[in-house]
Design a protein around this ligand. Structure first.
Ligand code: ADP
Length: 403
């Protein structure tokens, strides 16, 4: 048998629904132990038990895991809950049943609220086996719920990891496809353009008018295809977050003049005036040279393309924290409805100009993405029949970072 400080381990037989139970009985009264054990045995509970006093219970709880604790409490000045620090600290998940004399109403309610699994009055000790059984069942249910939750969380984590792996595999495949396309598409197109050019220049013999017409069509279709592939691959690269900018300190006037030079011939042929208005305080900016020029040339080519009379102006000024490059034309203008769509890939307004001089429909989408990669943007204002103003903004602060 047991005493209050000793360790007793005794097997007991039969308790139908619940298999062997490990109990810790915390008491100061040896007589009570005998009654408690007898009551549980009478109910056929299959159990081991160990007995300890409240002050030594910490030692037992730190050494071993119990299925339940029976706390044999005698009312003192302190509430039973004040004497349960050892349980709260070491084993709050182990169901605890209080065996006590009649408690005041308030104390009883306090006990029920505190998280103990049950309490049995000493003069109703016959209720102990049922109270214990219920506590064990609800504790097992709690554990099963917790286990299910943990399993679900583990499943979820596993699923996330798998998704991450397949996302990484998809990204790797996309990168491979992009660089593959880069070579596989650009190289043959460059060959088509090159060979068509040689034939057009009649290096290997003269062509009849029909042959000349067709070879010119091959060359210009090749160039169109190359533009399309270049723009499309650039867009895909930005979307795959593979596009890297190489910002450097650039002379703003120089980059503006170089961009205007690219459209000069076309503007001259159409009789359009090309104007540069550069605010005097603007000298340098920091941007990716190739990409900045690409955006400006795209906006300027569009302005020239969609303007029949008048002018195309490139006006550069500071607007609060931004450097603003406005490309202003006196062309056909764009209706508010169409203005919403233009920055989406492959959006072209049905105009006679577009039918005649077919672009890729990717220029504005790409330009805006490149502008945003710089930390800026492109905005549009336009009036049908009067003209459009596309403004590229890039941050001024980049300048200070490099200097
Ligand atoms: P692309 O010019 O190659 O067709 P963009 O993305 O550069 O492709 O332009 C998309 C469409 O936006 C053009 O087809 C045209 O309908 C319209 N657009 C662009 N710039 C202007 C402009 N300055 N004036 C009028 N329409 C414009």
């Amino acid at each position: 048998m047991s005493n209050s400080s000793g360790l007793v381990l005794q097997p007991r037989q039969k308790f139908h629904q619940i298999s062997q139970v490990n109990l810790l009985i915390v008491t100061e009264e040896n007589d009570d132990i005998t009654r408690i054990i007898a009551t549980l045995e009478a109910a056929g509970l299959n159990f081991f038990y160990e007995v300890t006093s409240a002050c030594e219970s910490s030692f037992y709880l730190s050494e071993k895991v119990y299925d339940a604790i029976l706390y044999d409490y005698y009312q003192t000045a302190a509430s039973p809950l004040d004497k349960l620090d050892w349980w709260y600290e070491l084993a709050p998940n182990i169901p605890l049943i209080l065996i006590t004399d009649i408690l005041g109403d308030e104390v009883a309610i306090e006990c029920i609220r505190s998280g103990i699994s049950g309490y049995v009055l000493r003069n109703n000790l016959f209720k102990l086996p049922d109270a214990l059984k219920n506590s064990l069942i609800s504790s097992t249910q709690k554990q099963t719920t917790q286990l299910t939750k943990i399993r679900q969380q583990q499943e979820y984590i596993k699923q996330l990891e798998q998704e991450k792996l397949s996302w990484q595999a998809a990204e790797a495949a996309k990168q491979e496809l992009l660089s593959h396309l880069h070579h596989e598409l650009r190289n043959p197109i460059a060959a088509i353009i090159g060979f068509a050019g040689m034939l057009k220049d009649e290096i290997y013999g003269s062509l009849n008018p029909r042959q000349m017409q067709y070879i010119c069509a091959i060359a210009s279709s090749g160039e169109h295809l190359l533009d399309l592939v270049n723009d499309y691959l650039d867009l895909a690269k930005i979307d795959a977050q593979q596009e890297t900018l190489y910002p450097e300190k650039l002379a703003v006037e120089e980059i503006c003049r170089a961009s205007l030079a690219m459209v000069q011939e076309k503007a001259r042929t159409k009789g359009l005036e090309l104007i540069l208005k550069l605010d005097r305080q603007i000298d340098f900016c920091v941007a990716d040279k190739l990409r900045l020029k690409q955006i400006l040339v795209n906006l300027l080519s569009n302005a020239v393309k969609f303007t029949e009379v008048g002018s195309v102006t490139l006006q550069v000024e500071y607007q609060s924290q931004m450097l603003a490059f406005a490309v202003i034309d006196t062309g056909i203008g764009i209706s508010p409805d169409n203005q919403q769509k233009l920055f989406q890939p492959f959006q072209q307004i049905k105009t006679s100009i577009n039918r005649r001089d077919k672009g890729t429909g990717l220029g504005l989408a790409l330009s805006r993405k490149l502008a945003r990669l710089h930390g800026g943007d492109i905005q549009l204002t336009s009036t049908v029949g009067k003209g459009s103003c596309f403004t590229l903004y890039i941050p001024r602060t980049l300048k200070e970072q490099v200097e």
